[in-house]
Ligand binder design. Structure first.
Ligand SMILES: *[C@@H]1O[C@H](CO)[C@@H](O)[C@H](O)[C@H]1NC(C)=O
Ligand SMILES: *[C@@H]1O[C@H](CO)[C@@H](O)[C@H](O)[C@H]1NC(C)=O
Ligand SMILES: *[C@@H]1O[C@H](CO)[C@@H](O)[C@H](O)[C@H]1NC(C)=O
Ligand SMILES: *[C@@H]1O[C@H](CO)[C@@H](O)[C@H](O)[C@H]1NC(C)=O
Ligand SMILES: *[C@@H]1O[C@H](CO)[C@@H](O)[C@H](O)[C@H]1NC(C)=O
Ligand SMILES: *[C@@H]1O[C@H](CO)[C@@H](O)[C@H](O)[C@H]1NC(C)=O
Ligand SMILES: *[C@@H]1O[C@H](CO)[C@@H](O)[C@H](O)[C@H]1NC(C)=O
Ligand SMILES: *[C@@H]1O[C@H](CO)[C@@H](O)[C@H](O)[C@H]1NC(C)=O
Ligand SMILES: *[C@@H]1O[C@H](CO)[C@@H](O)[C@H](O)[C@H]1NC(C)=O
Ligand SMILES: *[C@H]1O[C@H](CO)[C@@H](O)[C@H](O)[C@H]1NC(C)=O
Length: 735
């Protein structure tokens, strides 16, 4: 069956029944029929001469159905959209049936009117059949084509999901902007093989969304029955093919003639369309077509909670006088009057700024208080620690050697008391290495809570200590009183303690006898000085090898004296102290709890023993049992086996001297204080022993190491600079 429908230019049966609807909202040209059946026909479409814009928009109305005139096939119009420039129309169906051994040569073609194109976005080439290959030959500017193949060997294989999946139905895209097409079938695929359930094949261009495939379409001529008028398809139309710029220039053919209309580019096709401007509605293709929207009458679309007044192209929504709008656009009116509102706003602003100001003040005050408290605390500690007293004393006695450091200074010097700066830690507290602003290296002693008897005493001590100026006494540089427990700042001793030198053997495998004697002598001199320089004498109270420090060239300097002033008061503290100085403590003191200069002498005796035996004050010689160095030594001396207890490294030459040192030590370790020599005597004796030793060394020069004899004649007991270097050398050799 072939249906050839040529260009139809049917003169419409002019229904001059001018339905007087010349209202402003009329979509048709004034004096023209506006509807056909249920469909409103808006200008540029129109029925009859003079009622349409241009040829393609010429439509006819038959039996309440609308048809396009100037189109190659009689297309029924189902729907017209002015805004998108689209129309839903019916299209032809090409049918190919197998009958009597032959196939009808079915084809269908269509040509759209000018300004109309077939929408390729909305439409698809659709073929229905079970051995069907359909072609579409189309034309836009060029020749275009599409093909669609569907196959289903039996009834069961037909896809019944409604989809055009290729089994009973297929769909394929078409080229854009087609103005004409011709659908044909390839007869090599015909319905002979599927005749019993599908005698015919169909092809058509259809709106994809409106066509749903049903398997029964394959039977007989069910499909053509269902879509008698044709399958819906979508056409794009434009008011002109030119762009808006071009269209506006050519005023004579410009379609957007309404006031308040505007030209827009067609969204789906090439060319332009007309729209009403915002705030207007109606038909932009008609003079006076775009009418102002009375927004106030459409509260569903245009919100206004106040008093609505329509304006041309918009509306004015305001609040009754005396009320204030929260949202100026839609006027949600606030019960507060404007002035009240303003007042409230002012009040609010006032209150909030006051609050902010107040908070800021409070905050600043808190910070200030904190600062003040800190300052007060510091001051309290300063006073508690006798800061003022110290100041006075410093002024009156013209002490210029001791400095009062601030906490900040010391924190800065020790990198906030960083652990990497720790150089010693004990029951007394921690010693840090500090570097002052002037690059001076110092040792800062931060004690744990100690039993400070009286602030006066402490200050007194400070004054005394600061006045002590002996080369073998570690110099006190200053203190910091702003903390609970004062911190003391000493000169820094780079070579550690005597304890480390003689007992941490890997550090100094061998120390010469001369070096040992020198250290002993220097320490003795320092103690003698302490005992004699001031009245009452300064008792060290804690003489032990860890309290003898070594400076450059291993010069010995004693530190931590004045313990007598800070003696423990209660039993627990006493026991702690005893434990700390076990092996050094004067037995008399243990009984009488009275420290004297002779207590220092006893302790020094133990240090002397450490030097010649290289054993710690409390030691164990392989066996579990801990022995007191002093008692072991005295026992060995009594049993005349001194050599057994002495350091093997110094045995050999100078045995008589060692005997003398041993005798000296024995005297120092006398049980009764009065039997012990004075510290000055000890120093004297050591000086003598040392001189003898050096003489012997010179005599034995040929056998001894050359370097040890470097400038032996230059000896001067009061100068240790030389000996310092000797000592260093000895140590070097020892390694
Ligand atoms: C018009 O619409 C009514 C109901 O909306 C419908 O019953 C009638 O069939 C329609 N007429 C045409 C010609 O489409
Ligand atoms: C067209 O529709 C109108 C009303 O909608 C009806 O009165 C008229 O009979 C219809 N005409 C035809 C031919 O159906
Ligand atoms: C136009 O098409 C839409 C859906 O695409 C439909 O809802 C509407 O009823 C149609 N209008 C007419 C007049 O056919
Ligand atoms: C073919 O069709 C003709 C009429 O068009 C009919 O008379 C004839 O019987 C048919 N032949 C067969 C084999 O069906
Ligand atoms: C129908 O198809 C068969 C094979 O599929 C072929 O032999 C036959 O010639 C075709 N008939 C026509 C009329 O093309
Ligand atoms: C045509 O344009 C309109 C408006 O942009 C849009 O809503 C519609 O989906 C388009 N039509 C097609 C088939 O893409
Ligand atoms: C459509 O194609 C068929 C087969 O090629 C041809 O016979 C027919 O003339 C074509 N129709 C048009 C309008 O071009
Ligand atoms: C349309 O605009 C023109 C000029 O811009 C004016 O003269 C005419 O009065 C307007 N028409 C209406 C109905 O507003
Ligand atoms: C809206 O109305 C108010 C009061 O009625 C007026 O002051 C204002 O100017 C109007 N705005 C516009 C855009 O017409
Ligand atoms: C439309 O119809 C007019 C008048 O009947 C004719 O001159 C014109 O060529 C036709 N246009 C098309 C595209 O068919």
């Amino acid at each position: 069956m072939a249906r050839v429908l040529p260009w139809l230019t049917l003169a419409a049966t002019l229904l001059l029944t001018t339905i007087k609807t010349s209202t402003a909202s009329s979509m048709a040209k004034p004096g023209c029929r506006e509807t056909c059946g249920n469909l409103t026909i808006p200008y540029p479409f129109g029925i009859g001469p003079g009622c349409y814009y241009t040829n393609g928009f010429d439509v006819s109305c038959e039996d309440n159905r609308t048809f396009m005139h100037n189109s190659s096939s009689l297309m029924e119009i189902y729907n017209i959209s002015l805004i998108g420039g689209q129309a839903r129309v019916s299209t032809l169906i090409a049918t190919n049936c197998y009958k009597n051994g032959t196939t009808t040569d079915g084809w269908a073609s269509a040509t759209t009117a000018e300004l109309f194109t077939i929408s390729n976005k909305a439409n698809k080439l659709t073929a229905v059949g079970c051995n069907t290959l359909a072609f579409l030959g189309g034309y836009n500017e060029y020749t275009a084509g599409a093909g669609c193949f569907s196959m289903c060997p039996n009834k069961q294989s037909v896809d019944d999901s409604g989809q055009c999946s290729g089994m009973g139905c297929c769909q394929t895209s078409i080229a854009p902007s087609l103005t004409s097409f011709n659908m044909t079938f390839d007869n090599r695929y015909n319905n002979s093989v599927v005749l019993e359930f599908n005698p015919c094949s169909y092809a058509f261009v259809a709106e994809q969304d409106s066509f749903r495939f049903e398997p029964f379409y394959l039977e007989g001529d069910k499909l053509t029955e269902k879509f008698k008028g044709g399958v819906p398809a979508v056409l794009d139309w434009v008011a002109g093919r030119e762009s808006c710029d071009e269209a506006i220039k050519d005023r004579t053919s410009y379609a957007c003639i309404s006031n308040n209309s505007q030209c827009v580019k067609s969204p789906n096709a090439t060319g332009y369309l007309c729209n009403c401007k915002d705030g207007f509605e109606g038909n932009p293709y008609l003079a006076d077509g775009c009418q102002d929207i009375n927004e106030c009458q459409k509260p569903d679309h245009y919100k206004c909670f106040g008093i609505c007044s329509n304006t041309i192209g918009g509306y004015n929504c305001s609040c009754p006088s005396g009320t204030h709008s929260i949202d100026p656009k839609i006027s949600i009116c606030n019960p507060h009057t404007a002035s009240e509102k303003a007042k409230l706003t002012k009040l609010f602003i006032g209150i909030s700024s006051c609050a902010i100001l107040l908070l800021t003040c409070i905050f600043a005050l808190l910070i200030e208080c904190q600062k003040k408290r800190l300052m007060k605390e510091k001051e309290r500690f300063f006073q508690q620690n006798g800061g003022l007293l110290l100041y006075e004393q410093i002024r009156s006695k013209q002490v210029d050697t001791v400095r009062i450091f601030t906490t900040e200074e010391l924190e800065q010097a020790t990198n906030n008391f960083h652990s990497s700066r720790e150089i010693g830690r004990g029951s007394y507290g921690t010693v840090y290495k500090g570097i002052l602003k002037d690059n001076r290296v110092v040792a800062i002693k931060r004690s744990k809570i100690m039993n400070m008897v009286q602030k006066d005493d402490f200050v007194q001590e400070m004054i005394i200590l600061s006045q002590i100026n002996h080369r073998n006494v570690v110099k006190l540089l200053g203190c910091c009183l702003e903390v609970e427990v004062p911190m003391l700042v000493y000169e820094f001793m780079p070579k550690g303690t005597l304890f480390e030198l003689i007992h941490v053997t890997y550090r100094s495998p061998s120390i010469s006898l001369d070096a040992r004697l020198r250290i002993a002598q220097e320490s003795a001199e320092a103690l003698a000085y302490l005992h004699s320089s001031a009245s009452p004498p300064i008792i060290h109270g804690d003489v032990k090898s860890p309290n003898i420090l070594l400076g450059d060239n291993y010069i010995a300097k004693i530190t931590d004296f004045g313990a007598s002033r800070m003696l423990p008061k209660d039993e627990i503290q006493f026991m702690t102290m005893v434990q700390g100085t076990l092996g050094y403590l004067d037995p008399e003191y243990l009984q009488e709890r009275q420290l004297t200069e002779k207590s220092d002498v006893y302790s020094f005796g133990v240090v002397l023993l450490e030097l010649i035996t290289r054993k710690t004050a409390i030691y164990s010689d392989g066996t579990e049992e801990k022995k007191s160095l002093a008692s072991s030594f005295l026992l060995a001396l009594k049993e005349s086996r001194l050599q057994s207890i002495l350091d093997r490294n110094i045995l050999g030459v100078g045995m008589e001297l060692l005997q003398e040192v041993a005798q000296l030590a024995k005297c120092c370790l006398s049980m009764k204080g009065e039997e012990r020599p004075l510290m000055s005597e000890v120093a004297e004796k050591l000086r003598f022993i040392r001189r003898t030793w050096r003489k012997q060394l010179t005599e034995n020069a040929s056998e001894e190491t050359e370097c040890l004899l470097e400038n032996p004649s230059n000896y001067d007991p009061s100068s240790t600079g030389r000996h310092g270097s000797l000592m260093a050398l000895d140590l070097e050799i020892g390694r």
